[in-house]
Structure formats: structure tokens, C-alpha cells
Design a protein around this ligand. Structure first.
Ligand code: FAD
Length: 474
């Protein structure tokens, strides 16, 4: 193992991205190398996949890639499952086109992995920073009889290399990250699998979902799988705005590079216009790699271009700071996780009179007195996404109109995670926490908010053509 790891370190695109999760050995008597795909749901620029192919080649054992789909996850609903599965069935096709068998199996991550591990020489996971998904990997790794590895493939700079502590401000993260960022801007090569596993029969998985033929209409398989799942099907699906899959992500990326990036800095906070990348749903499911995005942009732009700097500040600094937040703040998705000064100031104003109080139902149905807020909520209900500037306004107003800041925090998380394709993401918990004071400084004290930054509807009217935004969604 030690020697293998040394050799792997020489594959420099993997440098600092490999972590051994248990102290078991590679079990050379077993049949397969297994990659359990979860965070990095793609074939391209996937470090975990290439690491697995490399292991398969040196150990001369076939590789199986597996994706577990479950209806036991508490947030599961058809809106985002459809988007996720559109991506997964295409990924299956792309990985199988390289001769590697890809199984989609209805099971939970933990049960499914343990079941399959009976035949595993080693197991590979991709890295996910969220608590539940970390616990899955830890639990399985403790119970396994073989070595398990976790491979980081969804941030530019591995988060634990920046710090092993919570970083409270973006400027500190930026200072640390920019010193080492460029050594991580490396192409991910596609390794040739020497042993093809595509035709191997796996006895325990006769029930895996299959593409009837390789030239298949992917939607048939997506509908079939959705039909088999007992998930919340009351939400509308959003294919009119977003279709899942790496191919769709690349279309959005090309459109962004060709038509939007040159004015990103000026217009990124203008919800009446469409000048952001709209890549967050794809990034959330790992259907596109952030490194791939950076490498593509740098084919056409200088790294010091102002628009590029502004975009990388969001894509790299804020996105990766959010991963630091969920890794090192145990209460990242709870009110309790906010900085002490923020909780204290909100508490001091807990009895301030609220002019309007809305409950979850009013908010969920976009039924408030504020047309701007209603439009933002409707954007989310209708499209599965909300413009960043309106997300800030949206969450700040929930604070203003709720009985307590804790209730406001819970409502914001609930709606965010239920309706947004990019919900249930580190960015969401960090973004909501920012609205409650995290990563921010104290401002002039005022009613309800205390020293937390306030946002008024005046800013919406002054900054951009809010009427145009209203016309789109009301
Ligand atoms: P672009 O401007 O094109 O940015 C490119 C990428 O950078 C985004 O896709 C995203 O991955 C990252 N990014 C951009 N802004 C931020 C940010 N402020 N923090 C962290 N990463 C960022 N983002 C989510 O991905 N999921 C969420 O659930 C989510 N909830 C939010 C809730 C609130 C209250 C707030 C204030 C922000 C939230 N964000 C969330 C962050 C941000 O609003 C979205 O990432 C962004 O609007 C996505 O649109 P885009 O891809 O067009 O962004």
C-alpha cells in the first residue's frame, strides 16, 4: 500500500487529493476495485474515477463504478431527483463507453456499499463535505474488510490544505488560497482502463437499472427509476429551465464564456439581467468540475482579468470557504452555529415589534405584502434557482417577518433545500448564515436585526431595473 501511494503521488493531478479512510489493507484476493460515486457525478475531470482506473490497472482487477439511489433521504423530491438522474444516466453511458461497468442500484449508501464490498479489493469514495455524507463514508470504512480511499475532486484547492480550523472571513481564505491556487490548476488526464469490466456479470446486482441499449433515450431510464422511488412527487419539475447532465453544464459554461463573462463584474448583482453562469445546480451534483470551469476560462481569458477575478472570487473563494464552514462548524445548518456576536445582537432584539409576521405557509406560497420578495420566492418555485442578489434580500426579509431569528433560520433552510436544485449544499448553509451575520461585520444597530447588516427594497430600486425582474416572475 505504502509503495502504491508513493507511486500515486507521482500522478501529480492527484497530489493532496487522496486520503485513506481506514487502516485496512488492499485485499488482493478479492475480485473488483469499486468506486462508489456520490459527490462527483461525472465522467470528465473526475479524480476519483481516474484514481480507480489507475488502481484497476496496477492491481489487474476490473473496476466497477456504482451509484446508489435511495428514497430514504429526508429531502428526496422529484424536482431535484429528476435533474440528478438525468446526469447519472448520461454518466453511466459515458463511463461504460470507456469499458467500465456502471451500476445504478436502489439502495442506501451504507447498506449498498457494505453489500458490494464482499467482492472488493479496495473501495474508492469521492469527497463530500456535508455531515451526513461524511458519516456514511466513516461508518462504511470502519466496517469494511478492505482499504478505502477518499478522493477530493470538487474543489480547486483541497479545503484541509488551507486550514484545519474554521475560517471566519473570506479575505483570510483568499490570502491563504491564492498563495497555492495555481499549482492545483492541472488537467485531469483520462487513463485507459486495461481491463474492461463492461460485460462482467455481478451476481448480487441483477436488479441494477440498465440502459436497454447504448444508444438509448436517457429519459426512458430516468422515468423508469423515478417510478420505482417513493419520493415527494408533489413539486413541479424544472426541465424548461435546467436539464441535468455534464453536457448541459458544458453548454451553460460555453454560453457564459462567450456571452456573459466579459460583463460579469458589472452585472453579477443585477437580477433583471442574466449575466451569471447558472452553473450552481451542476456544481452541486458534481456534474461539472470547478477545475474544468477554471481551465476552460483560462483558455480564453487572462487570470488577472477583472471579470475573471470577480468570477473566481465566487467560484473558488466563497464556494470553498463554504466547504470550510460545513467541515469545521458542527452546527453549520442550525441557528446555533452562527457567530456569538450575531446571536447576541439578534437576541437583544428578540422582543422588538415586527410589523409583519408570516408563517411557513404564507412564505412558501409567496403570499406576503412585498412584491419583490414574492417575485424572488416565485423564481425559486418556478425555476428551481434564485438569483444571488435576491437570495440575500429573501433571507434578510424572513428574519424581519419571523417570530424569532431561530425560526427564520429554519424556514430559510427548509425552503432553500426543498425547492432549489442547488439546495442541500454547503453554499446554501454558508449563504443563509451570511444573512444572519456569519463572515460579515457588525453594522449600525437597528430594530429586529440589531447589528446584523440590513437590506431594504430601496437598494433593489436604485441598483437595477427591478420592474423587469418582477415582470419575469409575478
Ligand atoms: P455565479 O455567479 O455564476 O457563480 C459561479 C459559482 O460560484 C456558483 O455556481 C456557485 O457554485 C459559486 N458561488 C457563487 N456565489 C456564491 C456564494 N455567495 N457563496 C458560495 N458560492 C458561491 N448557492 C448554492 O450553490 N446553493 C444554495 O443552496 C445557495 N443558497 C443560498 C442562499 C442564500 C440566502 C444566499 C445569500 C446565497 C446562496 N447561495 C447558494 C450562493 C449563491 O447565491 C449561488 O451559488 C449563486 O446564485 C448560483 O448562481 P450561479 O451559478 O449563476 O452563480
Amino acid at each position: 500500500i505504502k509503495n502504491d501511494t508513493k507511486i500515486l503521488m507521482m500522478l501529480d493531478f492527484l497530489e493532496y487529493r487522496i486520503k485513506k479512510l481506514n487502516n485496512k489493507e488492499i485485499n488482493i484476493n478479492k475480485k473488483f476495485i469499486i468506486y462508489v460515486m456520490e459527490a462527483s457525478q461525472r465522467e470528465d475531470y473526475n479524480h476519483a474515477l481516474e484514481f480507480s482506473i489507475y488502481q484497476s490497472n496496477i492491481l489487474k482487477k476490473p473496476l466497477l463504478v456504482i451509484f446508489f439511489v435511495t428514497d430514504k433521504f429526508k429531502y428526496s423530491n422529484i424536482r431535484y431527483y429528476k435533474f440528478m438522474l438525468e446526469g447519472i444516466v448520461k454518466t453511466k453511458y459515458e463511463i461504460e463507453s470507456r469499458g467500465v461497468k456502471f451500476l445504478i442500484v436502489k439502495d442506501t449508501f451504507v447498506n449498498g456499499t457494505l453489500n458490494l464490498s464482499k467482492d472488493a479489493a479496495l473501495i474508492v469514495f469521492d469527497k463530500n463535505y456535508l455531515r451526513t455524507q461524511r458519516i456514511w463514508r466513516k461508518k462504511v470504512s470502519e466496517l469494511l474488510d478492505c482499504a478505502s480511499f477518499e478522493i477530493e475532486s470538487d474543489v480547486v484547492v483541497p479545503v484541509e490544505l488551507i486550514s484545519n480550523n474554521l475560517i471566519p472571513y473570506a479575505y483570510i481564505y483568499r490570502q491563504k488560497l491564492e498563495k497555492i491556487r495555481d499549482i492545483f490548476l492541472k488537467k485531469v488526464p483520462k487513463l485507459e482502463p486495461k481491463i474492461k469490466s463492461i460485460d462482467i456479470k455481478i451476481p448480487n446486482y441483477q436488479n441494477a437499472f440498465e440502459l436497454p441499449s447504448l444508444n438509448n433515450n436517457f429519459n426512458i431510464l430516468v422515468s423508469y427509476i423515478l417510478n420505482e422511488l417513493n419520493i415527494d412527487k408533489s413539486l413541479s419539475t424544472v426541465e424548461k429551465y435546467y436539464i441535468g447532465g455534464s453536457d448541459e453544464a458544458y453548454k451553460k459554461l460555453n454560453d457564459f464564456i462567450n456571452n456573459k463573462l466579459f460583463r460579469y463584474k458589472e452585472f453579477r448583482s443585477h437580477p433583471d439581467k442574466d449575466y451569471t453562469s447558472n452553473l450552481s445546480p451542476y456544481l452541486h451534483f458534481g456534474q461539472i468540475s470547478p477545475i474544468k470551469i477554471v481551465m476552460e476560462i483560462l483558455k480564453y481569458y487572462e487570470i488577472n482579468d477583472d471579470n475573471v477575478k470577480s468570477f473566481f472570487n465566487e467560484l473558488i473563494i466563497w464556494r470553498e470557504l463554504a466547504r470550510n464552514y460545513v467541515l469545521f462548524n458542527e452546527f453549520y445548518n442550525q441557528y446555533e452555529g452562527l457567530p456569538l456576536w450575531a446571536k447576541n445582537t439578534l437576541y437583544e432584539h428578540i422582543n422588538d415589534k415586527r410589523e409583519y409576521i408570516y408563517d411557513l405557509k404564507d412564505l412558501e406560497e409567496a403570499n406576503t405584502h412585498d412584491i419583490y420578495w414574492n417575485a424572488a420566492q416565485k423564481e425559486m418555485l418556478l425555476t428551481g434557482k434564485m438569483h444571488n442578489y435576491m437570495r440575500m434580500y429573501w433571507a434578510k426579509k424572513i428574519i424581519e417577518w419571523s417570530k424569532s431569528p431561530k425560526q427564520a433560520f429554519d424556514i430559510a433552510c427548509y425552503l432553500n433545500d426543498k425547492y432549489l436544485l442547488d439546495g442541500r449544499d454547503a453554499n446554501g448553509y454558508a449563504g443563509i448564515s451570511w444573512c444572519f451575520g456569519a463572515f460579515d461585520r457588525p453594522f449600525k444597530e437597528r430594530n429586529i436585526f440589531g447589528k446584523i447588516r440590513y437590506m431594504s427594497d430601496k437598494a433593489l430600486k436604485n441598483k437595477f431595473d427591478i420592474q423587469k425582474y418582477l415582470d419575469k416572475y409575478l
